[in-house]
Write a protein that binds this ligand. Structure first.
Ligand code: CAA
Length: 391
């Protein structure tokens, strides 16, 4: 950090939030990360404290309960939290981008007051329900239905892999209001977690980010008031995609945090551990891994800053930043996976042991290549935008 020209774009305010997130993560999260990973318990206490620190709505204006900062501030804090524990990073990212960003961008004043204020201030947890058992990457092919009846919509269907599903107070839910229209028949809604008929499925047992709770959510004749529709009827798919553009920058920042954590553990280990009469970092097979990790991390950081600046600019111009977000997410997640793999390999048996956190980094890294659009979907998005062809 600090040795790259790119770092000069950070203001004093950026450095302050980065430092605050780093200190919070080291003091409050580091001591509990392994325990919560093991138990899979949701870390409500630290999440509430993160809310008090302003980390749950960094880009949300202060009038709506947030910290009123920019996208760079968000990615800096997201990286620092995820560097210590990616599970906290996941909960933070969903609150910030998938929940608050969408309602801020498309919601009414009443929706912002009622839903963004508590989630951005960390008093409530938000979730985003797009994926279904039979439609993951093919998100437009959803089966959940919303039928208008007077002043309500009646929701029926099933969503799965919902981050924070077991604990969320509010959900942004996508449902078909007009199936004949395909993706143009999808509408977004804000649904209260205590709505009658909203059923939370069992918590998924996961490989990584285990302290972040994930579950299926069922909708059995759930009545949603018309005033809880987010945007217009038929606008839902575009809202889902635009919100994911923001979300993918958050996941890229999370992946960067995991990559940095793995890298720093490996760099320290190669300078201490000896084999065959040498520090293991003196062997090219090891030193070259350190070089590749460092290079990929700085390239990921550059792509993430680029995406953050593109999103910032979009606040004025309204332009899309899909390409920048997908490139950052794709490269950073593959960097996280590479660095976590290399760190485990460098540590040998110790890398496979729960006595050190590198095995957790390895398990946590994988999800960044899957959620909020797999690496294959990111490649598809980039190739389509670059060629104009239907890849
Ligand atoms: N912003 C705005 N509009 C967009 C857009 C974007 N980024 N991307 C597409 N659109 C618009 C298109 O312009 C098109 O508009 P028209 O109606 O005017 O034609 C419309 O959306 C449909 O676009 P496509 O034809 O490209 O749609 P598609 O069906 O081929 O799907 C896809 C494209 C990229 C594959 C998309 O389905 C996708 O991103 N899939 C992955 C889904 C995903 O990331 N899921 C993760 C869920 S969240 C999660 O992980 C859980 C969690 O809790 C963290």
């Amino acid at each position: 950090m600090g040795r790259f020209a790119f770092e000069h774009i950070l203001t004093d305010e950026h450095r302050m939030i980065q430092q605050a997130a780093r200190e919070f993560a080291e003091q409050e999260i580091a001591p509990i990360a392994a325990e919560y990973d093991e138990s899979g318990e949701f870390p409500m206490e630290t999440i509430r404290k993160m809310g008090e620190m302003g980390f749950m709505g960094i880009e949300v204006p202060e009038e709506y309960g947030g910290a009123g900062m920019d996208t760079l501030a968000y990615v800096l804090a997201e990286t620092e939290i995820s560097k210590v524990d990616a599970a906290h990073g996941t909960i933070m990212s969903v609150n910030n981008s998938l929940f608050c960003h969408g309602i801020l961008k498309y919601g009414t004043e009443e929706q912002k007051q009622k839903y963004v204020v508590p989630v951005a201030s960390g008093q409530a947890i938000g979730a985003y329900a797009l994926t279904e058992p039979s439609s993951g990457s093919d998100a437009a092919n959803m089966r959940t239905r919303a039928t208008r009846e007077g002043d309500y919509y009646i929701l029926n269907g099933r969503k799965n892999w919902i981050t924070s599903g077991p604990v969320a107070d509010y959900f942004v839910v996508f449902a078909m209001t007009n199936p004949e229209k395909g993706h143009r028949g999808i509408t977004a809604f804000i649904v209260d977690g205590d709505s009658p008929g909203l059923v939370r499925g069992k918590k998924e047992p996961k490989l990584g980010i285990r302290a972040s709770a994930t579950s299926e959510i069922g909708f059995d004749n759930v009545k949603v008031p018309v005033e809880n529709r987010l945007g217009e009827e038929g606008q839902g798919f575009k809202i889902a995609m635009a919100v994911l553009d923001a979300g993918r920058i958050g996941i890229a920042a999370q992946a960067l945090g995991i990559a940095e954590a793995a890298y720093e553990a490996a760099r320290q280990y190669v300078q201490e551990r000896e084999a065959f009469g040498h520090k293991i970092g003196e062997f090219q097979g090891t030193g070259f891994k350190i070089a590749d990790m460092k290079m990929r991390i700085e390239a990921a950081r550059a792509l993430i800053y680029n995406a953050a600046l593109a999103k910032e600019k979009a606040k004025e111009t309204g332009a899309r930043y899909t390409l920048e977000a997908s490139m950052a997410k794709l490269f950073a997640s593959e960097t996280a996976m590479y660095c976590a793999w290399a760190a485990v390999q460098i540590h040998g048996g110790m890398g496979y042991s729960k006595e050190l956190p590198v095995e957790r980094f390895f398990r946590d890294a994988k999800i960044t290549e899957i959620y909020e659009g797999t690496s294959e979907i990111q490649r598809l998005v980039i190739a389509r935008l670059e060629t104009g062809l239907r890849v």
